[in-house]
Design a protein around this ligand. Structure first.
Ligand code: XIL
Length: 384
């Protein structure tokens, strides 16, 4: 068995050969196989049930953290760039001036190691470059959206399993009857920015599954129920307009204490409603924060693991669920743990959070067992 790591030489060879050529199979390295005797691979347990299991990764981790890369290769069958494909992150300040380097690093890593690649994301109100806000005429705005979607989805055509075409389009609190978020695209173009984006994405990469990715649709709270309803209404509306959409992405950023309750039957009903529209479902950003849990590490780890168990048991009961992605694999690289993200999910006692299946030393935690057991007990499904 060989452990094949990603290195600069092969990356240069990869880039030089051209992404599209490599996608068709030329020059691909052998896939990685985990070494005997190591921790069970989540990707294998998932695959046995027709599920894909994956994680975020960053270009910096690929080039700078070989032990983490080893763990990713051992455990996962899919990667998604944590930030590298977001428009504002890629853009150098002016229209059309995007840096594809870090995104290519992630795409190349996936291809070289025979990992499925998720695309995240084509449009997100929260990560739109500032020059876009200065556009005024409708044709100009339309042109910029089309350019963005064609540019990114077209570059990786044939390589991406699923694209989050629009990230987080719903916000019932914004007060519109349709529950759509009044973010930059809606305000500047109107609600049909969604149709424009999904149609353009389908043209740019006909093989990719087109996903609507949304958060806060998991729990038993009135605002989350409103978000679920608005999302279902949007999906029906898009289907009536023959706008292509294939799957719903459920982010599933959960917390193990102090949040709204989780009702398995209610969540299960929502999944059945989505499946009833003929769509598949992906769990796209699963992690479990512990900011309101007691300091004791064993207690916290138990609470986090129990949250993974209860959520995944309900989610995987629905056979339209085809994919589980955790937003990171090890607590070493989690957006919850990194203070510079200025998110409000840190612990106030200064202890680092422990939201993912592996700890910062890359050792499996109870959360790992919870995910593994959920895959073991999941009903079989057709891959999708
Ligand atoms: C997060 C990244 O993990 C952070 O590194 C970054 O600072 C902010 O964005 N929902 C999404 C993801 O769709 O893109 C976000 O990722 C987490 C919330």
């Amino acid at each position: 068995m060989t452990c094949r790591k990603f290195d600069h030489t092969s990356r240069r060879r990869f880039i030089a050969a051209g992404l599209a050529a490599l996608a068709s199979g030329l020059g691909l390295a052998k896939p990685y196989f985990s070494r005997a005797g190591e921790t069970t691979a989540l990707r294998k347990l998932a695959a046995e049930k027709g599920l894909l299991y994956g994680t975020t990764i960053s270009a910096g981790q690929i080039t700078g953290d070989p032990s983490f890369v080893d763990l990713v290769l051992q455990q996962t069958g899919l990667v998604v760039a944590e930030n590298e494909m977001k428009w504002q992150v890629m853009n150098r300040g002016t229209r059309g001036n995007d840096d594809y380097g870090p995104a290519d690093t992630v795409a190349a890593f996936a291809l070289e190691n025979d990992l499925t690649l998720r695309g995240h994301n084509l449009l997100w109100y929260y990560r739109t470059p500032s020059w876009f806000f200065d556009l005024t005429s409708r044709p100009e705005i339309e042109g910029a959206i089309v350019e963005r979607v064609r540019g990114l989805a077209g570059r990786y055509r044939g390589m991406v399993h699923s694209w989050d075409v629009v990230n987080e389009p719903i916000e019932p609190k914004d007060g519109r009857p349709d529950g759509l978020r009044t973010g930059v695209f809606l305000e500047m173009f109107g609600p049909d920015y969604l149709d424009l984006a999904y149609r353009t994405a389908r043209e740019a990469d006909p093989a990719a599954r087109l996903v609507i990715n949304e958060y806060d649709v998991e729990l038993d709270a009135p605002e989350q129920e409103a978000r679920r309803t608005a999302l279902l209404n949007l999906l029906e509306r898009m289907q009536r307009s023959a706008t292509p959409v294939d799957a719903v992405g459920i982010q599933a950023h959960l917390c193990c204490a102090g949040g709204p309750p989780f009702s398995a039957p209610r969540f299960r009903r929502f999944l059945a409603d989505v499946a009833g529209l003929g769509l598949t479902i992906q769990i796209t950003e699963l992690d479990v924060t512990d900011e309101h849990a007691p300091a004791d590490e064993a207690v916290r780890d138990r609470l986090v693991a129990d949250t993974y168990s209860r959520f995944l048991e309900a989610a995987l009961d629905e056979s339209a669920v085809k994919m589980v992605v955790t937003w990171g694999l090890s607590d070493r690289h989690s957006w919850i743990v990194r203070r510079e993200t200025h998110e409000s999910k840190w612990r106030t006692d200064g202890l680092p959070s422990r939201p993912l299946p592996f700890d910062a030393e890359l050792k499996p935690k109870p959360a790992f067992d919870a995910v593994a057991q959920a895959f073991v007990h999941a009903p079989q499904r057709a891959a999708g």
